[in-house]
Write a new protein. Structure first.
Length: 129
């Protein structure tokens, strides 16, 4: 269902881009199909403007509707979660520490070092020959 809706959404997007590019703008744009240039285009004058304006409005409404439907479908299977649920359960410290004071226990670097298998015996400096 979601795949079909995405395909319909993309078709609407392409049609909307095409219709907007066909409209005549103040600067000329890609306004193909007539206007005041004569020569008998596809549609001319106010008829073209009103049809393209209505088509743009309809496609914009369909784009809005499919966007909402896709957002709703994306959230159906998702269960609500909280950041608080992911925190580890631990007892609060006995005494509050001063701001900026180090926390008891190993720090991040010590934990990473422990996970990698310990520290080297000494500094590892490249030797020149």
């Amino acid at each position: 269902m979601q795949t079909v809706l995405i395909i319909v959404h993309l078709i609407i997007v392409l049609a909307l881009v095409g219709v907007v590019l066909l409209q005549r703008s103040e600067g000329g744009g890609l306004g193909m199909g007539g206007g005041s240039s004569g020569g008998g285009g596809f549609m001319t004058g106010r008829g073209q403007a009103s049809v393209l304006t209505r088509t743009t409005a309809v496609l914009a409404g369909l784009f809005f509707a499919t966007s909402l439907a896709l957002a709703i479908l994306a959230g159906i299977d998702r269960a609500p979660t909280s950041v608080i649920d992911t925190l580890p359960l631990s007892s609060p410290p006995d005494q509050p520490s001063a701001p900026g004071a180090p926390l008891p226990g190993p720090g991040v670097l010590e934990e990473l070092d422990r996970m990698q298998g310990g520290t080297p015996a000494g500094p590892e400096v490249p030797q020149s020959r």
